[in-house]
Ligand binder design. Sequence first.
Ligand code: BTN
Length: 321
Amino acid sequence: MKDKVLETLYEKKGEYISLDSIASKLEIPVAEVQEHVTSLKNEGYTIETSSTGELKLKEDLTLLLPHKLKDSLKTNYIGKEIHYFREVDSTNEVAKKLARNGAPEGTVVIAESQRRGKGRRGKKWISPLGGAWLSIILRPNTLPINAPQLTFIAGVAAAQTIKNEYGLDAGIKWPNDVLIDDKKVCGVLTEISTEIDTIDYIVTGIGIDANIDVNLLPSELQDTTTSLKSELNQDISRMILVQKFLGNFEAMYDEFNKGNFHEILKKWRQLSKTIGRQVEIRKGTEFVRGEAIGVNSKGALILELDDGTLRKIISGECRHI
Ligand code: BTN
């Protein structure tokens, strides 16, 4: 019903409408309309009230408002339900809560900015206005042991989207950081909740530095980070970026569910910026150096060490050297 209130305000496009008219149109009590309006305001919509108590939705065309996102979204289930916030601690945290409460597969949580964006390995993810910060709830019918394979999907979908839409040379650093010319433009954080031998839910969080001014980021990140805006010298439409990304993501997730992980790996290999490079992998306090010679059928990185032995790396922090 909240979406219907939003739609009614949206249809009036910049004109005032009374609470009574909304209530009679939707056949609900005025108090309920008021409740939905309050909750829309909390989600970040700017709804002005006139001196006579009428309401007007003020549109900001650059915001990732869910009804606009859904407009040209070409997916079957990813993003059918969208939870939008102007600001939130972390979209992954919101998504995990929704998932625990039974939110359906494909639910997307999106925020204009995050106060406590989470990166991998407990790092902070700086998430100012201008980025695309979102999380997707998934409930794949596969064994928990296969969950790491899923983390590849978001990286491949993001790199493909950036390459196809903007013609930039985006590639992937193992396992799923998206780089442009060795600078990171997108990160993926997957969180999993399992029962004994089933996956309860997976939340895949994606952060894309879209319209971010890199020189406004903390100085320690500036040399290693880029954004679509810095690469293209102009703002991009985050709406199109997110719609295309979700479309690519769903297509690949469908492949995964059909048991075609090898198709995703094929794409990953084509986009890889790690294979053929000297890398250093950090796993806790252990460091391993070698040449990345490939990824196996499960997505593990194969390193050839200096003495010629091969080492399979299932997880760890990868640095190109
Ligand atoms: C990394 O490369 O360290 C992963 C970064 C993941 C960031 C995204 S932004 C949306 C989602 N919400 C979070 O708190 N983190 C992920």
